[in-house]
Design a protein around this ligand. Structure first.
Ligand code: HEC
Length: 106
């Protein structure tokens, strides 16, 4: 019985994590303190990022995802200017959800 409860609890957690969408995760991981969907703040607008990578993303989605996932994990500068983005400790599935969401901003 205890195992069943544990399984239900874990399933519940998994579906919660799954339900978290781009805007929620952007808030949760404080991305939104430096990024907005449409306006440049400390970092470029998500919309501007999506426009830059749009053509490459259609050709090779995996490569673009890998590049942006690495940026979130390690941080860095030089792509948009000299202000660096800090490396952030975002769980892999959430980082992927964020990257895919950012790339669909218009
Ligand atoms: C402290 C401010 C700050 C925070 C917090 C931040 N960013 Fe950034 N972000 C930046 C800056 C500055 C750049 C531009 C870096 C550059 O020029 O290479 C950037 C660039 C990016 C890029 C484009 C990377 C590239 O190489 O083109 C993506 C995607 C991105 N951020 C997503 C996120 C996500 C998702 C989060 C939250 C998990 C986040 N950022 C949190 C400041 C921030």
């Amino acid at each position: 019985m205890k195992a069943l409860f544990t399984a239900c609890f874990l399933l519940g957690l998994a579906s919660l994590a799954h339900a978290a969408d781009g805007p929620t995760l952007s808030e949760k991981h404080s991305c939104s303190s430096c990024h907005s969907a449409t306006t440049k703040m400390v970092g470029p607008a998500y919309k501007t990022i999506a426009t830059k990578y749009n053509a490459d993303y259609k050709k090779n989605a995996k490569a673009v995802e890998a590049k942006l996932l690495a940026k979130i994990a390690k941080g860095g500068d030089g792509v948009w200017g000299s202000t660096p983005m800090p490396g952030l400790n975002v769980p892999a599935p959430e980082a992927l959800t964020l990257v895919r969401w950012v790339l669909t901003q218009k």
